[in-house]
Write a protein that binds this ligand. Structure first.
Ligand code: 13P
Length: 250
């Protein structure tokens, strides 16, 4: 049987200057140059995109952003457009991260518009979904995940759906050190997979995020519907990220 490949995405959030990003990514690129078995992506701050793209050149590492505005352009002081990100060399963009939903009031409708705009501008959306602790305790996981997926998918063609990446990030597990167990993550991924299959898009990669650490990788990746991980804290230090990248050797 062919070994499953992992998609490993680092979400740096509001960490690292352009100079810090460049030296970090050069170090990662040097250590994976002998043909990494997995895909490696970095979602970096806007100001670090160009430096990160330069640092990654010649490697298979891909660079992306963590957010964007849904309008093509306009009077939106302080915002950034998909075309700007694309020009800077981003190939993907995280959309609907729970920190954007919770701290910046992003609605499902807004996230849908962002997904549409990202696709139209040549960026691959990495759509984040996930339930809060209250929703989990109320037994609403399935409704929440399906609502978030359904809303983001509205109006997308099959060819557009095909380009998505999806991350299941239970809100209670983000930055808390409380990770979902592999079987809890698998159960949520199964729900997402079944939903995707209704659209004939069961192949869309499903990543798990929420306090991911190297020692969980083997068990997570052994789950049928987990195709990779979205990593926050553990992706900020070279040592811990390299351990995640080298998860097969742990
Ligand atoms: P942590 O890995 O720090 O929990 O962050 C997860 C996350 O939000 C990735 O997008």
């Amino acid at each position: 049987m062919m070994k499953k490949q992992a998609i490993i995405v680092a979400n740096w959030k509001m960490h690292k200057t352009a100079a810090e990003a460049a030296s970090f990514i050069k170090a990662v690129a040097a250590s994976v140059q002998d043909g990494a078995p997995d895909s490696l992506l970095f979602a970096v701050p806007f100001t670090a995109i160009q430096a990160a793209v330069d640092a990654a050149s010649g490697s298979s590492i891909k660079i992306g952003a963590q957010n964007m505005h849904e309008a093509e352009q306009g009077a939106y002081t302080g915002e950034i457009s998909a075309a700007m990100l694309h020009e800077a060399g981003a190939s993907f963009v995280i959309l609907g991260h729970s920190e954007r939903r919770r701290l910046f009031g992003e609605s499902d409708v807004r996230i849908r518009a962002k997904v549409k705009r990202a696709l139209a501008s040549g960026l691959r959306p990495l759509l984040c979904i996930g339930e809060t602790l209250e929703e989990r305790e109320a037994g609403e996981i399935e409704q929440v995940l399906e609502r978030q997926l359904e809303s983001a998918f509205e109006g997308l063609s099959y060819l557009e759906l095909e380009r998505l990446l999806i991350a299941y990030e239970p809100v209670w597990a983000i930055g808390t050190g409380l990770s979902a167990t592999p079987s809890m993550a698998q159960e949520a991924h199964r729900i997402c997979r079944a939903f995707l299959e209704k659209f004939g898009a069961g192949f869309v990669p499903l990543l798990y995020g929420g306090s991911v650490k190297a020692e969980m990788m083997r068990e997570l990746m052994a789950e049928k519907d987990i195709d990779g991980v979205l990593v926050g804290n553990a992706a900020l230090q070279l040592g811990s990220l390299l351990q995640i990248i080298n998860w097969r050797n742990l």
